[in-house]
Design a protein around this ligand. Structure first.
Ligand code: SAM
Length: 300
């Protein structure tokens, strides 16, 4: 950015969008707007009526630093420390996965199933809570529910706790550091076990965009050779953690659909069929693009 030019909001956005595009950003204009709004301490929409204004030197210095780090590949959500999910803002740090829009499908399905029972004291376990998005959205929409939010990462749990506090739901959620259910009392069971576990295969890890591969926590993504390191024991252990009539719901990659069917004793490609006991009504829920994103199974 040349020093002699008049750096209005409009000009800064134009220059930065072009610069980030050349450095490989998929969404250069959006990135520029989010970062400039953050540096100015305003909402993105407020930039649109400020095109002719000149940000202060302090704001420009802060913006330059954000743009530099973005050009090096740091994700925007980590740079501004926040990402929206299910219409709520969540704090994010490099200790947690950045919430993805596809995970909203899991929350929608949970609320569809639990909504009619919202006056019951439902018990819900969010396995691999990360920033806490699933547990916190569930707590906000199901005020009678009691949640357990598990994660193997203590640093992720710190972020999840901060988000619960921000959204006023700490009373409803117990945060537990645990490898799957191992830290819970043996008899503790749930009406719903939900989660977005790691499901990226070792080979897919090498093909992830550098933003993801180099910046998001490996423990949140890498699920071994077949992508099943967490999902397989999750399904097995859920047999004794979901009450009869309760549900197991978890996110998968579309590539894992047939493998996930196999975990329930269903043939590849089956849309229905008889799963192995104690599971029934196994469903593969697709997103708007027709890709399987969520597996739902009822415990008999
Ligand atoms: C894909 S991230 C999902 C985070 C958050 N639920 C979301 O949807 O954005 C998976 C999370 O599972 C956690 N995790 C990985 N292995 C685990 C295990 N064996 N037991 C509990 N949590 C685990 C990771 O630390 C990470 O926070």
């Amino acid at each position: 950015m040349a020093q002699t030019e008049t750096w209005t909001v409009g000009r800064l956005l134009q220059w930065t969008a072009q610069y980030l595009k050349e450095r490989g950003s998929d969404s250069p204009r959006l990135d520029a707007e989010v970062l400039l709004a953050h540096a100015r301490g305003c909402r993105r929409i407020e930039l649109y009526t400020a095109y002719d204004q000149e940000p202060s030197e302090t704001q420009r210095t802060a913006f330059r630093e954000l743009v530099r780090r973005r050009a090096e590949g740091a994700p925007v959500a980590y740079l501004v420390g926040e990402r929206e999910f299910y219409s709520l803002p969540f704090r994010v740090t490099p200790d947690v996965l950045i919430p993805r829009p596809e995970t909203e499908l899991l929350v929608i399905r949970l609320l569809d199933l639990a909504g009619p029972r919202k006056n019951e004291p439902l018990r819900i376990c969010d396995v691999g809570t990360g920033s806490g998005i699933i547990a916190i959205c569930a707590a906000k929409h199901l005020p009678q529910a009691r949640l357990t939010a598990l994660d193997i990462s203590p640093k992720a749990l710190d972020v999840a706790r901060q988000n619960a506090q921000r959204h006023g739901v700490t009373e409803q959620i117990a945060f537990v550091q645990s490898d799957l259910f191992s830290a819970l009392p043996p008899g503790e069971r749930f009406d719903f076990v939900v989660g977005n576990p790691p499901y990226v295969t070792t080979r897919e890890m090498t093909e992830l965009p550098p933003d993801v591969r180099n910046h998001e926590p490996r423990q949140a993504l890498d699920a071994g050779e077949r992508g099943l390191n967490v999902i397989e024991p999750l399904v097995r252990q859920s047999e004794t953690r979901v009450v009869p009539g309760g549900y197991l719901l978890f996110e998968i990659s579309p590539m894992l659909r047939d493998t996930a069917a196999g975990l329930f004793g269903l043939p590849s490609g089956a849309e229905d069929g008889r799963p192995r006991a104690p599971w029934a009504d196994v469903q593969f829920i697709k997103d708007h693009a027709g890709r399987t994103r969520v597996v739902q199974a009822r415990r008999t």
